[in-house]
Design a protein around this ligand. Structure first.
Ligand code: FAD
Length: 490
């Protein structure tokens, strides 16, 4: 058996979280190893060029309202490759057709009156109930609650099911009747705590941001506030920039740039870590790799899915807490089309399919959303399937079955599409963590158990947010904690 490799710090898992952690660690350590079971870096992030199409198989963008991913891109010299989109309209599948999401929805909270009054997505009762958020006062439960219950308390069941549910559960591919509002959208919980009404809360927040501008201070009288609010709800539409960024050459450029900044020989691909034990060669921890290699180190960042970390942590209670984080399987199915054969205008970002309306979770008109994704005369469409909608669909179906299902469903919503030029399936088995009700309490217990394992850090989509900026932030924070540096604001 070869001698152990001794390093100051090790990171297990080379998805965006592990890469961000390793890059941060590389600024303060002399020796570092990033170990990845697959033969490539990126985890869920993967870009491929196939037959003139540029395919982001997993994530295709990230929000810029959380700055960590944007700042990291700039630090890595990718600032000039950040691209945005002009496509803004999102459609909702409703009773057999695609209906435009009313303009002015911000985090599922309506901020404009006219589009809500005009939308065919809600009946008159549903519309009135939605604005009931301004005067109805339902007390939040003392503990956590589901996204579904939270939005239904504010906006009524119809708006929760048809508008807010699909908007808020999309990134999790999850079930709004199970996902935790506190873990997924703490900003909405905070709005409720401060203002009771979410609509009024967004109005007040917007006023506060615009403070200093003439006539923007919130009137002190109730009547004055009501008139100001009505004026705000009736304001004309304004073309706000998209809150998303992508990268000109696809999301892979981010993970490739991170990998390129790591010291020579710091990445070990194609070999899973199979064990983690205390002690070894004067260090705190020994990692065992499947090929028989041992790595000794004082600091280990586990940037794996929680079920993977559960198999490694040397604490049965912590292991059980981690295994209890539920994951769902999804797949993305890409279809390349001849533009002339597609009758649908493809104007917008794509559409979401609420529960009970169809088998897809959502579809993106990729080539309308981002430039450079499809060649002249062609179009690229992506469907998102599985998740809570049909939990075992991806695991039990062949690629051909998933393509056939996707094509049928896309045709049903978008009309004739012609013969596909390309069809690709990308599977994400047990890759979508679900922060269910009680997730924050579970995280507290996880943190407490971790205190007994000095030098071990957990980071990744399972814990404090699934978006790319959340993962970057968690990776950086774990690295800074491992280096004994101040962690910065959460
Ligand atoms: C289909 C899909 C679309 C998405 N779209 C978006 C989007 O548009 N925008 C957005 O912000 N977010 C999106 N997300 C969420 C985001 O992509 C993920 O939350 C994020 O990529 C997770 O990164 P991670 O590094 O924590 O985990 P992962 O990407 O899962 O990386 C973990 C790595 O650990 C490795 N590993 C596992 N076990 C071991 C072991 N024992 N030893 C060594 N290595 C191991 C794995 O091979 C993997 O490479 C999407 C997710 C999916 C699945």
């Amino acid at each position: 058996m070869s001698a152990p490799i001794d390093v100051q710090a090790a990171v297990v898992g080379a998805g965006i979280t592990g890469l961000a952690a390793a890059y941060e660690l590389s600024k303060g350590t002399r020796s570092l190893l990033l170990i990845e079971s697959r033969d490539r870096v990126g985890g869920n992030i993967r870009t491929e060029r196939v037959d003139g199409f540029l395919i982001d198989a997993g994530p295709d963008s990230f929000v810029r309202t959380k700055p960590e991913a944007t700042e990291l891109c700039r630090e890595l010299g990718l600032g000039d490759r950040l691209v945005t989109t002009q496509a803004r309209s999102v459609f909702i599948a409703h009773r057999g057709r695609l209906v435009a999401m009313p303009a002015g929805m911000a985090l599922a909270v309506p901020t404009r009156l006219g589009p809500i009054l005009r939308t065919p997505l809600l009946g008159l009762g549903g519309k009135l109930r939605l604005f009931g958020d301004l005067w109805r006062r339902s007390s939040p439960p003392s503990d956590d609650e589901t996204i579904g219950d939270f939005v239904a308390r504010h906006f009524g069941a119809e708006a929760a099911e048809r508008l807010a549910g699909p908007l808020l559960s999309g990134i999790y591919a999850g079930d709004v009747t199970a996902l935790s509002i506190q873990a997924t959208f703490p900003q909405l919980v905070e709005l409720e705590r401060r203002h009771k009404s979410l609509i009024f809360g967004l109005f007040a927040a917007q006023r506060a941001r615009a403070e200093g501008e003439p006539q923007q201070a919130l009137p002190s009288s109730r009547l004055g506030q009501l008139f100001a609010l009505l004026g705000w709800l009736r304001r004309a539409s304004r073309h706000a920039p998209s809150p998303f960024y992508s990268l000109r050459d696809g999301m892979q450029s981010l993970v490739d740039a991170l990998a390129a900044r790591l010291p020579e020989g710091a990445i070990r691909l194609g070999v899973p870590v199979t064990g983690l034990e205390a002690g070894g060669a004067g260090r705190r921890w020994t990692l065992r790799l499947k090929d028989g290699t041992c790595v000794t180190t004082d600091r280990v960042v586990l940037a794996l899915p929680a079920h993977g970390a559960a198999r490694l942590v040397p604490d049965p209670i912590l292991s059980e807490l981690l295994s209890g984080i539920v994951y769902l399987s999804t797949a993305t199915v890409f279809v390349g089309l001849d533009r002339a054969e597609v009758q649908h205008p493809l104007k917008g970002v794509g559409f979401m399919v609420p529960h009970g309306q169809g088998r897809l979770l959502a579809a993106t008109w990729v080539s309308s959303k981002w430039a450079g994704r499809a060649g002249e005369g062609t179009a690229l469409v992506r469907a998102f399937i599985g998740g809570a909608r049909e939990a075992d669909l991806v695991d039990r179906s062949s690629d051909d079955e998933l393509v056939a299902l996707t094509f049928d469903e896309l045709t049903r919503w978008m009309g004739p599409l012609g013969e596909p030029r390309l069809a690709r399936v990308y599977r994400y088995p047990s890759s979508n963590p679900q922060p269910l009700v009680g997730h924050l309490a579970r995280m507290e217990r996880i943190r407490t158990r971790l205190e007994n394992l000095e030098g071990i850090y957990l980071a990744g989509a399972a814990y404090e947010g699934v978006g790319i900026p959340d993962c970057v932030r968690q990776g950086q924070r774990a690295a800074r904690a491992a280096l004994g540096l101040p962690i910065g604001s959460p």
